[in-house]
Ligand binder design. Sequence first.
Ligand code: GLN
Length: 270
Amino acid sequence: MDVFSARKVIKEALLHTYGTVYEYDVCFVLKYCFGLSSCWAASTDIGDIWVQKVARDIRQGIPIQYICGIEEFKGKPFLVFPGVFIPREETEDLVDIAIDAVPRGSRILEIGVGTGVISISLLMSRRDIMAMGVDINPLAVINTFTNARRFEVDSRLQLYHADVFSLIEMPMSFDFVLSNPPYLPDSDRLTIDELVSKEPESALYGGFTGVEFIHKVIDILIKTGFHGGLLFEFDDTTQHYLRSHEKMSVSRVKYYKDRFGKERFALVWL
Ligand code: GLN
């Protein structure tokens, strides 16, 4: 099948599932599912069976990042394994804040690494830091490890497959904590977008109001005598719950907006 016919098939499939088609998504599929260097590589021939398979997966509501196995983050193609949380573009802003906020020579801990985009991007920009990453999802640990190798930062990233609440209690040293934690309220399970429902629940739901997970992280960090910064992502609709924790109501907390103008990140010094 030539590229023009493949474009048409993919466009129709995207339209069927999403109701609208973005040129970016069509190009994304052509580039990452079919390996085209350009979106208009007219002379390339793509196998019919392969195009039909991708179109069928799109029609079944499988996110294109799972179908192609890639998501771009800060302009770099990260591998995304099915069953691992797909990075969102606003999280790039969290990395930018971290690049400025993490003190020189720090050893950071990232809670819930997913595909590894946060730690790996930070390690690529900041050669002076080391990182430890933990995820309860074994697939996420393997996914992050693979990306760390891909971007050649694996020698500065130590990974653990563990429940962070048991891990933090172990004697280990870190002086800055980063996380895009699960932060959606449990009740969102009932109304969640079909596409998002394909992603692991452990990366999405943070408890009854959504903030319980991060409150628990703060409690356990304090209990273990941690002193340092904690930078994390949250949902602005749950901000009043977030502030109900004594450490979050103090003047040391700095809130940041994301690129869409929503309060999305908090930096607190514990
Ligand atoms: N931002 C994600 C979403 O909208 C939620 C991610 C999370 O809980 N960390 O689906």
